[in-house]
Write a protein that binds this ligand. Structure first.
Ligand code: FO1
Length: 330
């Protein structure tokens, strides 16, 4: 595999994924990257259609994401939101004034009958983002969390309730009736390498895998499939990945992530803190790779991307030899 000509496809959630892809886009040609984004965090607020994970990826790659929050636009103001509050509206989902423009454009185009794929492409072009960002589906899917208070939309749980309620279960609503967006399966089949970004396995990658055809296509790929573990020392840096994993019966650990992605990945990159998990990962038939997975600086993002690429190169040779041996044996 010639790394400079290779095509990469990344399954991605929000902030962690955007940092990883940002690093990757600085070490390979961004035009050779395709992101398949989670849309199950999407929500309708104040009559607007909001796609938080697609926007976080788009703003990050455009270099305008807020560096502290990770989502929204840097330096944005919240005057419209303040006015909505003065009207007595439940404005718990913070939409910045510049961010508002994105949601207005998306909602208008949706009403005109445009697909989310087409809308995302137009928004990316407007922001000069060269990486292709594909929503996993053009259909409406959404994650709900079961809590002692009942089922709630993921954003109600995550933002409104600050992840406080106990998690009893998770459901991907609408997924079984959905279809992958036009170019999603092709982007998987034509990739030389597929990465699973360091995103919440349950809330971000789970919905992508639940769209009919995606899991099956990923499982059958010959190209190396490498995941980056979002947990360090069994804990999520931000967000409820660890608690969501446990709620679904998985350990919140590197071996737990390996089990979650069983048969879907060939390599797993994880933090030095978890070096002791190497044997367990190898026993699961997955190639382990230890590095620093914290992405607080551009250098750290680029280093993680370079490590992931090195694993991909190694696995590419390995899988290639293996498949040749298989065909010789046949
Ligand atoms: N996250 C928050 O914690 N609070 C918010 O008010 C909030 C608003 C918001 C608006 C637009 C957007 O694109 C993202 C936003 N996010 C907010 C982030 C988002 O809820 C999550 O980071 C993702 O859904 C999880 O991947």
């Amino acid at each position: 595999m010639e790394i400079h000509q290779a095509r990469f496809t990344v399954l991605a959630g929000g902030v962690g994924a955007a940092k990883f892809v940002d690093g990757l886009a600085r070490v390979v040609d961004p035009a050779h990257l395709t992101v398949i984004g989670n849309t199950a965090d999407d929500i309708e607020r104040h009559g607007l259609w909001i796609s938080p994970d697609l926007d976080t990826m788009m703003y990050t790659l455009a270099g305008i994401a807020d560096p502290e929050r990770g989502w929204g636009i840097a330096g944005d103001t919240f005057q419209a939101l303040a006015e909505l509050r003065r009207w007595g509206t439940a404005a718990w989902f913070q939409i910045g004034d510049r961010d508002l423009a994105t949601h207005l454009i998306r909602t208008t185009l949706r009403r005109e009958g445009r697909s989310l794929t087409e809308i995302t492409e137009r928004l990316c072009r407007h922001l000069f983002v060269r990486t292709r960002i594909l929503p996993v589906t053009d259909d409406v899917i959404w994650t709900e969390v079961s809590t002692p208070e009942g089922w709630m939309h993921f954003q109600e749980f995550f933002v409104r309730r600050a992840c406080a309620p106990e998690i009893l279960g998770v459901a991907y609503r609408g997924a079984e009736r959905s279809a992958p967006a036009r170019e999603v399966l092709v982007a998987l089949r034509e990739a030389d390498v597929v990465f699973i970004a360091p995103s919440n396995p349950v809330a971000s990658i789970g919905p992508i895998l639940s769209v009919p055809g995606v899991r099956e296509t990923l499982a059958d790929l010959r190209a190396p499939r490498i995941a980056i573990c979002p947990l360090i020392g069994g804990r999520s840096l931000k967000g409820p990945s660890d608690r969501m994993m446990r709620a679904l019966g998985f350990e919140s650990s590197v071996p737990g992530v390996a089990k979650f992605y069983r048969r879907l990945i060939d390599g797993l990159v994880f933090d030095r803190t978890d070096a002791a998990a190497q044997d367990a990962v190898r026993d699961a038939g997955i190639e382990p790779e230890i590095t620093d997975t914290l992405m607080s600086s551009v250098e750290q993002k680029m280093n993680l991307a370079r490590t992931a690429l090195r694993v991909a190169e190694r696995m590419h040779g390995h899988k290639h030899r293996h498949s040749r041996q298989e065909s010789i044996r046949c």
